[in-house]
Design a binder for this molecule. Structure first.
Ligand SMILES: [Zn+2]
Length: 243
């Protein structure tokens, strides 16, 4: 019998909630794990504040302290949703739960700062990632080695990443991840600022987008997920973050 830590019970508190409610659920989970978090909004930017016309609240955890002499590995997933009438299980509760599970084990590389970022407003044009990118450029997180972005990680037979120039993307390819064209996501505004970031997702190679057709619909349910694919992404995340 196949067993995963990613049970229906883990997903349930996030289902059919709006973005603010999901941020609250996330904050409770983070506190329950014994972490403190920071928020990162427009107001926290030092220079050239972005006038996005919408409140944006990223949630940030410096998981193993912060030493400016160490490079930083960042793990990112968006917590906001496009449709409150959906469980939004694959987009992007699954990504959040993988990061929370990674944080649970407190097994971090001593050579690197590990920073987890839960972004807001991905579904409104990756506004949270725009703010994160500017904060990184302002030096708020030291020297960034990479930002690994988890989005749509729990349905489809293959782990895929973006076919773009990226050292992280090349590393993932060596680990067997297929590189395909993936639509706009939180990694785009980071790469636009020369920050190395790619998304990993579960899907198909060869242009079959069937696993992604239920995103943002009431059909994006826990019961329709492919949990072994989520477990694969979780194992890959641990391997990349802790290498
Ligand atoms: Zn998404």
């Amino acid at each position: 019998m196949y067993k995963s830590v990613f049970t229906r019970d883990r997903f349930a508190p996030f289902a059919r909630r709006n973005s603010n409610e999901r941020g609250g659920t996330l904050a409770i989970e983070i506190i329950r794990l014994g972490y403190i978090f920071e928020t990162l909004s427009q107001e926290d930017l030092k220079s050239n504040p972005l006038h996005l016309g919408y409140p944006v609240n990223n949630i940030v955890i410096r998981a193993n302290g912060f030493d400016a002499n160490r490079p930083t590995r960042m793990l990112m997933a968006h917590y906001d949703v496009a449709n409150v009438n959906s469980e939004n299980a694959n987009d992007n509760t699954a990504g959040l739960l993988i990061i929370l599970e990674y944080l649970t084990h407190r097994n971090f590389p001593t050579s690197h700062n590990v920073v987890a970022v839960f972004t807001d407003c991905e579904e409104r044009g990756a506004l949270g990632a725009h703010i994160l990118g500017q904060a990184i450029q302002e030096g708020k997180f030291g020297r960034i080695e990479f930002v690994l972005n988890l989005d749509v990680v729990a349905r489809g037979p293959t782990v895929v990443t973006e076919n773009v120039p990226s050292a992280l993307g090349q590393h993932l390819a060596k680990l067997g991840v297929s590189r395909i064209i993936i639509p706009y996501n939180d990694s785009y505004p980071l790469r636009a600022r020369n920050i190395d970031s790619v998304v990993i997702s579960s899907g198909h190679t060869g242009g079959d987008f069937t696993p992604w057709l239920t995103l943002h619909t009431p059909q994006d349910t826990y019961d329709s997920l492919d949990i072994p694919s989520m477990d694969r992404v979780y194992q890959l995340t641990r391997a990349v973050m802790n290498a």
